[in-house]
Design a protein around this ligand. Structure first.
Ligand code: PDD
Length: 273
């Protein structure tokens, strides 16, 4: 397989990463994950826009324009003859002797790879509800993901598929997904503040739900309401819209794979067809 290094497609064995890359020292960089359907990067311009916004928020210069970056992503897909899968790309603040202080003249380092994904996806997930111990800029898609990584391990150690996070009792999002509750045909999800990543799949789901006539309430809600919901699902680039059948941990709840979730899954399937 080929990988992306700056604006070159290089065989994976030839790709060299410098140990003094700030990505290694400090997790000083940003990334995106894009889903590839039928050989095309889905919602690529949304991902590129978010990438640029993450760069701006971290005072990181963009190595290339979003247009050029989009072309590189599509070239990687074609070079690897990828039909269904994902592309990961990241940009670090570059290579320099280890120092917390960054200067503004390093050249960022862009790397990326693609990977096939199975056609059948997970039918439902169980969530482990636990404390959100992350920093206060979860809106930035940074490669520094330790709070998410620890939560995922905790969830898996409790036989769950994904962690559901709450900050002082307010439900925020999953460790690598956004979460929606449904009550009386109304959707509830955390607003796009500094406390969550505003998922591209989240935004598409909100648009599809509104188009179907559902009300979407983007307001914080406490963990205690989880058990009163009729349905729940998570969204992410990889998992699309996936029903939640059970929550354990700091609250307990069971859900059917309900009609609103199914309707939205159907609408999403039409988007990617
Ligand atoms: N994760 N929230 C967090 C913390 C995430 O890491 C992600 C995505 C999402 C969903 O965003 P989107 O719909 O744009 O994929 C929400 C990616 C897939 C990952 O880290 O692998």
């Amino acid at each position: 397989d080929y990988c992306l290094y700056q604006d070159q497609l290089v065989p994976r064995e030839q790709l060299k990463i410098d140990p003094e890359d700030r990505g290694y020292h400090f997790g000083d960089g940003i990334y995106e994950v894009v889903h590839v359907y039928h050989g095309k990067a889905f919602a690529l311009s949304d991902h590129l826009t978010r990438f640029k916004e993450s760069a701006e928020k971290l005072d990181l210069p963009m190595l290339y324009s979003t247009d050029k970056l989009g072309e590189l992503v599509q070239q990687l897909i074609e070079k690897n003859k990828l039909e269904h899968g994902m592309v990961y790309f990241q940009m670090t603040r570059g290579i320099s002797p280890r120092n917390h202080l960054y200067t503004r003249n390093e050249t960022p380092v862009l790397t990326g790879f693609s990977k096939p994904l199975p056609d059948e996806k997970r039918e439902s997930v169980r969530l482990y509800l636990t404390d959100d111990i992350r920093w206060l800029r979860c809106d930035i898609k940074t490669i520094n993901l330790l709070g998410n990584v620890l939560a995922k391990r905790e969830a898996t150690d409790h036989q769950c598929d994904e962690a559901l996070l709450h900050r002082d009792g307010t439900v925020t999002e999953g460790s690598s997904s956004n979460v929606f509750l449904i009550k009386n045909e109304t959707l509830y999800t955390h607003p796009a503040t500094n406390l969550i990543l505003n998922g591209i799949t989240r935004q598409i789901t909100i648009r599809l739900a509104k188009a179907k006539g559902y009300t979407v309430v983007e307001e914080p809600f406490p963990k205690e309401v989880i058990k009163d919901a009729d349905e729940a699902f998570i969204t992410s680039t990889i998992h699309e819209i996936t029903p939640v059948t059970e929550v354990i941990g700091d609250e307990t709840a069971h859900f059917p794979v309900g009609p609103v979730t199914k309707m939205l899954q159907q609408a999403f399937a039409e988007e990617i067809a």
